[in-house]
Design a protein around this ligand. Structure first.
Ligand code: ADP
Length: 397
């Protein structure tokens, strides 16, 4: 069966068509600038040249229509007609406390996703638009929602309750939810396969380090803790997000700058993190280059990122009373030889030693700790789309 995976943003839509017989990607692509002038679809069919189609897409239904047209096109298409799409899997960012696993979409599920929009006002409404558009154009095809928060629903209250008046949790749903759950689940399951340790017995620390970054302590297949909280702002510093900080900074900033809460929140999300510290870039490639050329603030930004990831690794090893495996994934984890080397260099107390030769690779599944190391450290490229396609297949069959 072929599964269409949809990841819908407010003005963009990423897609992948996966043949689940062998889990191969038949085509993938991106529709950009939906609802904005000069919208464009970039369609990449496997084994054929990439095509760029410029055509106005006023709304998400237009984008879905163009995606389907591209998939069945006589030249750059990969299937004969829409009946070859067995089901659609949608990435949904926030499932709140309603969803601890993926689910077949019906009216009740749609209402729950809408109800949770207050927790992810930038993401859930866009995800809903993607689902509605598909339902309109493919009314008889089964749709599944796969939530970023679902895997983290296994966290215990001692990890997810904030030390705030308890009514804020019961009345306003204020608690830690965690994000990147599909990625943490995918790489932790893969780590169990690679190490041969049964998933239900394995203690893993998964480090999803990309533009947005989060770490998770996965103990016996369940999340014990993760760094992101109510929103994806908590945790380690990221490309442009501050990560953990003293909440009183907000009041102090308001006093000294006159900014209001919305402006301050925007600074914390968009102008902070390694970009804010360095003043150079949110991209680790730029930071590494600037640091190599002697830029002190770029060096400091990288130092702070690695230090704070190392602190969480230490905390999670303690929280799980041990660790069998550490996984690095996402843009930085899969590609930054330097960040991995320096991060692993901080973990000698765990009996970890870096295999320099293996670490000298990018985007590849590889063991980067030496055979003598007490804890295995793996680079595992994440594949959220495949995870969504697998969940979708499981549910519809
Ligand atoms: P997102 O969170 O947007 O999905 P990704 O997981 O794709 O992000 O990660 C993107 C980041 O990966 C880039 O901002 C860049 O910092 C980092 N990155 C990609 N390639 C390299 C590389 N070769 N060296 C260092 N960092 C890299």
């Amino acid at each position: 069966m072929n599964i269409l995976v949809i990841n819908c943003g407010s003005s963009s839509l990423k897609y992948q068509l996966v043949n689940m017989d062998d889990e191969s990607v038949l085509a993938k692509g991106l529709a950009e600038r939906i609802g904005i002038e000069k919208s464009v679809l970039i369609h990449c069919p496997a084994g054929k040249d990439k095509v760029t189609i410029q055509k106005d897409m006023g709304e998400h239904t237009d984008a879905i229509r163009m995606v389907l047209d591209a998939l069945i096109d006589s030249e750059h298409g990969v299937i004969k007609d829409m009946s070859e799409i067995g089901a659609v899997g949608h990435r949904v960012v926030h499932g709140g406390e309603d969803f601890a696993s993926s689910v077949l979409i019906d009216d009740e599920v749609m209402k729950c996703i809408e109800d949770n929009s207050c927790l992810a006002p930038l993401h859930n409404p866009a995800n809903i638009m993607g689902i509605e558009a598909c339902k309109q154009i493919m009314p008889n095809t089964s749709m599944v929602a796969v939530f970023d928060t679902a895997f983290h629903q296994s966290m215990p209250p001692s990890s997810y309750i904030y030390a705030l008046p308890y009514e804020y949790y019961t009345e306003y749903k204020i608690r830690r939810y965690g994000f990147h759950g599909t990625s943490h689940k995918f790489v932790s399951q893969r780590a169990a396969e690679l190490t041969g340790i049964p998933y239900g017995e394995m203690k893993t620390i998964t480090c999803h380090m990309g533009n947005g970054s989060s770490l998770a302590a996965v103990d016996g297949g369940e999340v014990l803790d993760t760094t992101m909280g109510l929103t994806p702002l908590e945790g380690v510093p990221m490309g442009t997000r501050s990560g953990d900080m003293d909440p009183s900074i907000m009041q102090h900033l308001a006093n000294v700058t006159g900014m209001d809460i919305h402006e301050i929140t925007s600074v914390l999300n968009k102008k902070s993190g390694v970009l804010g510290i360095s003043g150079v870039s949110s991209d680790f490639r730029d930071l590494e280059e600037a640091a190599a050329n002697g830029n002190e603030r770029a060096k400091l930004a990288l130092d702070i990122f690695e230090y704070r990831c190392a602190k969480y690794i230490g905390a999670y090893a303690a929280a799980m009373n041990g660790v069998d495996c550490i996984v690095m994934t996402a843009g930085v984890g899969e590609n930054s030889i330097l960040t991995r080397k320096r991060l692993v260099g901080r973990l000698g107390y765990l009996g970890i030693e870096l295999n320099e030769e293996n670490n000298n690779s990018r985007g590849k599944e590889i063991l980067i700790s030496t055979p003598e190391s007490k804890v295995q450290v793996w680079v595992i490229p994440t594949n959220e789309e495949l995870m969504i396609a697998r969940d979708t297949l499981n549910i519809v069959s």
